[in-house]
Design a protein around this ligand. Structure first.
Ligand code: ARG
Length: 466
């Protein structure tokens, strides 16, 4: 059987150990449909070049139809002896069409240009599926942001209370990276939209086949400009892999936040029962497993990318068998994301925020200290001094175990003495509210409710457009 592919100059088939190592059908069989589509286009190219008679072409197309039917029904599948999906499908075609005709299809193509084309076809299709799922997640976040209204929460840097922000603003901060991931896929698609079919093993084909027509039939608008590049570059596979890993990282960041928000101490969010898990021993437990799995799977998604890049590094130009290793990385990433994203979106869509608690925590931890400093600036105090005066307010409140708004009029008059007149000094209270604080941040991209509303609308319309 092995002699079928390259028997001519060999006196024995491969050793069983080699066959076992070489075999890839366990993961590349999912390219079978794309392979058959390629074979169809290739058969027609052979027909146009006069290498198949009209009658042969007709019979070849019928045989490919039958092969597709057998693959779909599971009647035909790889067997132990098949090295890869291409080997298996050639065996299947010959079973149907006979040696004479079935053996003609291989002319003018190589598994090198085939596999380089098939992986592009497969990835382009799945990039669309994953992108749609990412958009669904972005949309769920927008809906949560809408529902959050003007609810204020503690905004943090270094995990410390920094300045109050709208819950909606915080949620939307996770939408934009996701939309950029989708844009990355779209941008990537324009580069991967070139077919290597017809490149042969590396140098092109001598049979006068027209790669442009084949390309069009396989959904590509262009043909790769260089047959060596077409058959041996995998930068486009790596780029897909990067976007997949980036989606994992973006989701992992949100996961970490949800996990913390969901702790007893924070109590910011409650996960829906249908999207959380229990404990086999502790009856009270309700765990954020989806977020944890997302965080964990980000590691795996990054590992796939890293492994792929390491495989590509140091390869000499033109096909080497190492390139067979490109597929499992991106298949695993795709499988991972296609299962993860719907679950994650369900969790996000159904989680409920504890608005009261968020509002209550928002101004604590001296989160309004910047507002005091900026109020002082508006009253003519240079920021360097304003920063110090506001810091003095924090220091005093902290020493008493109080918050900024607990300071007395006399405290403010005393601290601001020499910079702000006493009757003006007491007016600082006007900025000591979270509502005032967020509303004041009204520049483009800021957390003021009007800006955030615009932001949600802009994201929504982008989601519809993408
Ligand atoms: N299965 C290989 C791959 O996935 C394609 C076969 C190319 N083999 C070869 N000996 N040229 O990359």
């Amino acid at each position: 059987e092995h002699l079928a592919l390259w028997g001519g100059r060999f006196s024995s088939g491969p050793s069983p150990e080699l066959a076992l190592l070489s075999k890839s059908t366990q993961f590349d069989w999912r390219l079978a449909d794309d392979d058959i589509a390629g074979s169809r286009a290739h058969a027609r190219a052979l027909g146009r070049a006069g290498l198949l008679t009209p009658d042969e072409l007709q019979r070849m197309e019928n045989a490919l139809d039958e092969l597709q039917r057998r693959v779909d029904s599971g009647e035909f599948a790889p067997i132990e002896d098949d090295e890869d999906e291409a080997t298996a499908l050639e065996r299947g075609l010959i079973d149907i069409a006979g040696d004479e005709l079935g053996g003609k299809l291989r002319a003018g193509r190589s598994r090198n240009d085939q596999i380089a084309t098939l992986i592009r076809m497969w990835l382009r299709r799945h990039a669309r599926i994953v992108a749609k799922q990412v958009l669904a997640l972005a949309d769920a976040l927008c809906e949560q942001a809408k529902a959050a209204g003007r609810t204020v929460m503690p905004g943090r840097t270094h995990m410390q209370h920094a300045q109050p922000v709208l819950l909606a603003h915080q949620l939307m901060a996770h939408v934009w990276p996701l939309l950029r991931d989708v844009e990355r896929f779209i941008d990537w698609d324009s580069r991967v939209d070139a077919s290597p079919y017809g490149s042969g093993a590396l140098a092109g084909n001598t049979l006068g086949l027209e790669p442009t027509v084949v390309a069009r039939e396989l959904g590509f608008t262009k043909v790769t400009e260089n047959s060596i590049d077409g058959t041996s570059s995998r930068d486009l596979v790596a780029e897909y892999s990067f976007v997949a890993a980036m989606i994992g990282v973006d989701i992992s960041r949100l996961s970490e936040e949800i996990i913390i928000w969901n702790t007893q101490e924070f109590g910011f969010v409650t996960l829906d029962d249908a999207y959380s898990t229990g404990s086999s021993i502790m009856p009270q437990k309700k765990n954020p497993d989806i977020a944890e799995l997302a965080r964990g799977k980000a590691g795996r998604l990054i590992g796939d990318l890293t492994g792929l890049l390491a495989t590509l590094k140091g390869l000499p130009t033109a096909y080497a068998r190492d390139l067979q290793e490109d597929k499992e990385a991106v298949f695993d990433q795709t499988d991972t994301l296609e299962v993860l994203l719907p679950a994650f979106t369900g969790m996000v869509r159904t989680m409920r925020f504890n608005a009261e608690r968020l509002e209550q925590e928002a101004p604590t931890g001296f989160a309004l200290a910047t507002d005091i400093a900026e109020w002082l600036v508006k009253n003519g105090v240079p920021f360097r001094h304003a920063h110090e005066l506001s810091g003095a307010c924090v220091k005093l409140a902290e020493s008493r175990g109080e918050e900024l708004w607990d300071l007395s009029d006399d405290d403010f008059i005393e601290i601001f003495r020499g910079f702000v007149a006493p009757e003006q000094a007491v007016k600082v209270r006007e900025v000591l509210s979270t509502e005032g604080s967020v509303s004041a941040r009204a520049g483009k991209g800021g957390t003021a409710p009007t800006r955030v509303r615009e932001q949600i609308m802009s994201a929504k319309s982008q989601i519809e457009r993408l």
